[in-house]
Structures are given as C-alpha cells and as structure tokens.
Design a protein around this ligand. Structure first.
Ligand SMILES: [Fe+2]
Length: 309
C-alpha cells in the first residue's frame, strides 16, 4: 500500500572487485536470477518473487561500494512532481534517459548531503515472477536455489549530515521516521530508520564522517527458519559472516549480516513489524544502543560502526 508518491526501493547498483566472483555470489549463493548484461559491463539481477526486470546491478571497479540506490515512484506525474520539489528545495537533479539501464525508464538522480546518489523512476518492465497472473502457484524452483530472498528490501547508508537527509526524506519525498538512535547528548541522532510504506524501514542512515558509504543492502526472507537456512548456505559457501543469526531491537527483524566477495555487507532478514505514518517514532538511547542493534548480545560488535564499503 503506497501512502506516498514513492512506492518502494527499486534498484541498487554495487561495485565489485571481481565480476565473476560477484556473479557467482549474487546468482548461486544469494540465489538471485540474472536478467541481463549491458554494454557498460553491468550485470542485472532480481529476486525470484520480484516482478520488475531488475533490483540489483553489479559492475567491476577498483573499489567496492554503492553507485546509487533507487526508489520506484507511482507514476510519471509523481516523478515530475518530486523532481520539481527537489529542485525547489535546492537539490540539483539530473535526468538519465530511459534505456540507460536495461528495461528501465527515465530516472531522476540527485545527491544527498550524506554523499549518496539516489534515483527515482516510474517505469521498469514487468517480467513477472515466473508464475501466472491467473491462478498462480505459490513459488517456483528459483525460490529454493541459494538463499533465495523474496526481494531487495532496503539499505543502510553511512555518511554525514543526517539531519538534512532526514529533512529531505520527510519533507520532500514524503517518508516518515519510524525509529532513531540518539547519541550520548540524548538529542543528536546517530541513526534514522525511514519508511515510505508500512514497512519498518525502506532506507536507513547512520552518522559517519566519510560520505557516500554503504553499510548494507538487505534482502528479505519470509521466515526465521529461512534465516537459519541462509546461515547454513553461507557456511557451505564459506561466506564471510559478520554477525548472526540474531535479532535487531530496532525494527525487531531477525537477521544475519555477511559480506559479498568484495566486502560489500549484505543482510538476509525476516520479520520486523508493520508501521504507519501516524505512529510516534521509537527512540533508542545511547546506553541501550547495543540492544537496539543486536538485541541478543546487547552490544555492538566493533565492525558495525567501522566497516563500510
Ligand atoms: Fe537492514
């Protein structure tokens, strides 16, 4: 249920150090479906139950990290409206023509004060999830290959100026704050979790001095049992696991953090509560930040705040 012009996270473009190792990871270990390759050398993937052509792109580069994260909006009219609102707010926008990304319409790109490039787009080809739109079966064989998440769900980005980022998402893009973690002064946000839907988060930010950093891209599973299965598959494939399986206090999701072969952190999670825009945001205080991030350990591991790509 879209409650704003922004429907949902749509795609992420990641840099990997070795394309073949990246393809193996995203296709065979994470279990996404490869949907195309373009003339720029980008490889496109989607989760088995996503219907649009792509949600994850990887390209080879000298440094790992994120190129851009995109949201699908409800219509071309909404795209025009949001582009105008961004420019009115003082944020320059760039138009990327339809077709620059495979099966994807025109995109509006802008840079956040945190140093991250965000895109909005209205059109992407519906290639379906492999099941009929009439009398469908519940799943396909792709739902059992690798970890096989349902969808690319959200991201957590690290960068400076998260107050300005918060203001842009709430007052320009129509998101709302679901949860936040405050620092020792009890006021300044260390982290913010924002939603454009009924999900507990569609995007999140943590304060960090270096701009444009990726903490993790998250993929949704439909049960705690599948989170445990994902941990088995990670071990079978010698994936570098950061933490978990465990539970977040923030959003209540059950989770594993791990790294792709290039050091980009990814999350496989299930659960988390459903939220509404009229709900009062939940606050986590500095003394309980450990439980907020990792509810069972009640302590942050060193890597959570320091390792980003
Ligand atoms: Fe997450």
């Amino acid at each position: 249920m879209a409650m704003t012009d922004v429907l949902r996270p749509g795609h992420v473009s990641l840099r990997v150090l070795d394309l073949e190792a990246g393809i193996h990871h995203y296709k065979n270990v994470l279990g996404l479906i490869e949907t195309g390759r373009d003339s720029q050398g980008r490889v496109y993937f989607k989760s088995w139950d996503e219907r649009d052509h792509n949600s994850v792109l990887i390209r080879e580069a000298d440094e790992a990290g994120i190129d851009f994260f995109a949201f699908k909006v409800s219509s071309r009219g909404a795209l025009e409206k949001l582009d105008g609102r961004l420019r009115e707010y003082g944020i320059p926008t760039e138009r990327i023509p339809a077709g620059e990304m495979l099966e994807t319409g025109e995109r509006v790109r802008f840079r956040l004060p945190s140093g991250h490039d965000i895109e909005l787009y209205a059109d992407k080809t519906d290639v379906g999830n492999g099941m009929s739109y009439v009398n469908p079966d519940p799943w396909t064989k792709d739902a059992e290959r690798g970890i096989a998440p349902i969808r690319m769900d959200h991201c957590l980005l690290y960068g400076p100026d998260i107050e300005k980022v918060h203001d842009i998402f709430v007052n320009v893009l129509g998101f709302y704050l679901v949860e936040h973690v405050v620092m020792e002064d009890g006021e300044t946000d260390l982290g913010i979790w924002l939603s454009c839907s009924m999900k507990a988060h569609d995007i999140a930010f943590v304060r960090h001095p270096e701009p444009g950093k990726l903490h993790h891209i998250s993929f949704m599973l439909d049960s705690w049992e599948k989170v445990l299965r994902a941990a088995d598959i990670m071990s079978m494939n010698r994936v570098s696991v950061d933490i978990g399986p465990t539970r977040h206090g923030v959003t209540r999701g059950t989770t594993i953090y791990a790294f792709d072969p290039s050091g980009n952190r990814f999350e496989t999670f299930s659960g988390g509560y459903q939220s509404y825009p009229d709900w009062k945001p939940i606050k986590w205080t500095w003394d309980e930040v450990g439980a907020g991030i990792f509810y069972h350990d009640r302590a942050l591991n060193e890597r959570f705040l320091s390792v980003v790509s």
